[in-house]
Ligand binder design. Structure first.
Ligand SMILES: C[S@@+](CC[C@H](N)C(=O)[O-])C[C@H]1O[C@@H](n2cnc3c(N)ncnc32)[C@H](O)[C@@H]1O
Length: 240
């Protein structure tokens, strides 16, 4: 995945407020008590679900990969997959790169599980510089509530997911301004509108302070259906 292996410090000038915020948090991000109490468990859960549907994926994208923790676990879980992490924050990607280097194969070619190269890309989720239909597994954990508008992101996710590929979104419901529903959250509706087929949506509440909706979707090998609310119904005599 050479075209995607852009060093974080050389790629683009994304200065969104959310990128600036995560750049500030990046150095201390992995020291949070939530890392072991929530994120590590959630990542395990997501990868376990992914492996049940796609036991041996070719390419895995983790969108909003942060410091790359899920990808390092994915390296152990999917030893033959190409792994790519994309994130808007250069600071988070620098942390991911440093941790990946610390776990990199040694000169004797040690390729034990969890010690593989991971490609990292700085990009806004709404504009992914990635080829279409490239990933048979796409994950995104605890990132969607930061998207100002989920629709362009979901369109991009659909574009880069391979036909019959799997998308797993772990979403914190009711946090984003656009997510005015609780429970299953608006995201499930928006995923359907973006052309995904939802196969499972369940509440993951192992960490009670961070209840999370985990949605599994397939990307059908058909064009997205059009939203019924957007299609104008013509009556006889409307004249177009
Ligand atoms: C709460 S952190 C979660 C990190 C990681 N997914 C995890 O589970 O540990 C959210 C991440 O999403 C990234 N992010 C937020 N908005 C984004 C966007 N529009 N495009 C790409 N990444 C984004 C942030 O930079 C941050 O690294």
């Amino acid at each position: 995945m050479d075209s995607a292996s852009v060093p974080a410090s050389q790629s683009g000038d994304h200065q969104s407020p959310v990128a600036a915020r995560f750049d500030l948090w990046a150095a201390g991000y992995d020291t949070s008590v939530l890392q072991d109490a929530f994120y590590a468990r959630l990542h395990y859960h997501v990868l376990h679900l992914a492996a049940r549907v796609k036991p041996s994926p070719h390419r895995v994208l983790d969108l909003g990969c942060g410091t790359g923790r899920l990808l390092r676990a994915a390296a152990a879980r999917f030893p033959h997959a190409e792994l790519l992490g994309a994130d808007i924050s250069a600071g988070m990607l620098e942390q991911a790169q440093a941790r990946a280097q610390a776990a990199a194969p040694n000169p004797l070619g040690d390729r034990r599980a969890g010690r593989r190269e991971v490609a990292l890309l700085q990009a806004d989720a709404a504009h992914l510089p990635l080829i279409s239909a490239a990933f048979d597994v796409v994950t995104c954990t605890a990132g969607s509530h930061h998207w100002p508008d989920p629709r362009p992101v979901l369109a991009e996710l659909r574009r880069v997911t391979a036909p019959e590929g799997l998308l797993i979104l772990a979403h914190l419901p009711g946090v984003a301004a656009w997510d005015h529903r609780t429970g299953t959250s608006c995201l499930t509706v928006l995923l359907g509108d973006a052309g995904f087929r939802i196969t499972k949506a369940a509440l993951y509440a192992e960490c009670p302070v961070m209840p999370t909706t985990v949605v599994l979707c397939a990307r059908p090998d058909t064009p997205p259906r059009r939203r019924s609310g957007v299609i104008r119904r013509l009556r006889p005599g409307d004249g177009g």
